[in-house]
Design a protein around this ligand. Structure first.
Ligand SMILES: Nc1ncnc2c1ncn2[C@@H]1O[C@H](COP(=O)(O)OP(=O)(O)OP(=O)(O)O)[C@@H](O)[C@H]1O
Length: 258
């Protein structure tokens, strides 16, 4: 199951053509995400974080370099439903119940195995939504909708989980609750995870290491290893060792992020 495949970015360079002029977005970005690891990607707006994630999904081409997931091109892995995806906009279908939204990737892929469908009640409970299986998205709060999106991203039991600011639209209290829940869910499934975030606390709390991207075009400015055992208690947010690490990430960001 999960945790079996790593993600390797090798010297990725990417530019876009913006109104006829080239815009260099990533410059020789290399990153090795070992199987079952949790990487947080942080950096100022526009440094190419989302672009790197789209490249890992096979949704964006590269000008130079390569990305491999367990040695394969990402397209093939994505098309088999082996990458879980959660973005800032939960993008639920309003006419489908919670359970039916969680099941969506299985319906899209077709030919899903019965044991995958059998996991849906467990996933709904894992994200704390037991009792809401038949509720429609319009009847849920923003945090609950985001939890449905997280459950949906896990329904294929993916080896790889790619998340782009999944809690960006939530207030700080809810966001912290979601961080705790994500840690619990991640510990159960341990997919190789990349989380794009603007939150230094969130990055240090959740990840094995925080990769700081910066510059235009974006390059890896530095990597901060996070040595804490899991599960990490929420009291860690007040721990001096935690603050030393957030300061280290902040210094690499050069005061660009908060
Ligand atoms: N399809 C596209 N066509 C042209 N330019 C693009 C395209 N996608 C992204 N860009 C540009 O590439 C740069 C990097 O964008 P990207 O979304 O990867 O940044 P980001 O680090 O994720 O930013 P943010 O933190 O604000 O989400 C930006 O200048 C953006 O305008």
């Amino acid at each position: 199951m999960a945790g079996g495949r790593g993600i390797v970015f090798e010297e990725i360079s990417k530019q876009f053509l913006v109104r006829g002029s080239p815009l260099a977005v990533l410059d020789k970005v290399s990153l090795d995400c070992p199987p079952g690891s949790f990487t947080a990607l942080i950096g100022p707006s526009g440094c190419g974080k989302s672009t790197l994630l789209k490249i890992a999904l096979g949704l964006e081409t590269v000008d130079a370099g390569s990305v491999r997931i367990g040695g394969e091109p990402p397209d093939a892995v994505r098309q088999r439903g082996e990458i879980g995806i959660a973005f800032q906009d939960p993008a639920l279908l309003p006419w489908r119940s919670v359970s039916a939204n969680v099941a969506l990737p299985l319906d899209v892929l077709g030919g899903s195995r019965p044991e995958q469908r059998a996991r849906i009640p467990h996933l709904v409970s894992l994200v704390g939504l037991s009792g809401f299986e038949t509720a429609l998205p319009g009847e849920l709060s923003g945090g609950m909708r985001q939890r449905v999106a997280i459950a949906r991203s896990l329904v294929t039991a993916p080896d790889v989980l790619l998340m782009d600011e999944p809690f960006g639209a939530l207030d700080l209290i809810l966001r912290r609750q979601m961080n705790v829940e994500l840690q619990r869910i991640w510990m159960e499934q341990s997919p190789t995870t990349i989380l794009v975030t603007h939150g230094i606390d969130e990055a240090v709390y959740l990840a094995d290491r925080v990769v700081v991207l910066g510059g235009r075009p974006g390059v890896v400015k530095g990597i901060v290893d996070i040595p804490f055992d899991r599960p990490r208690p929420t009291t860690i947010f007040r721990d001096p060792a935690f603050h030393r690490l957030t300061d280290e990430v902040g210094a690499l960001l050069g005061g660009d992020e908060g």
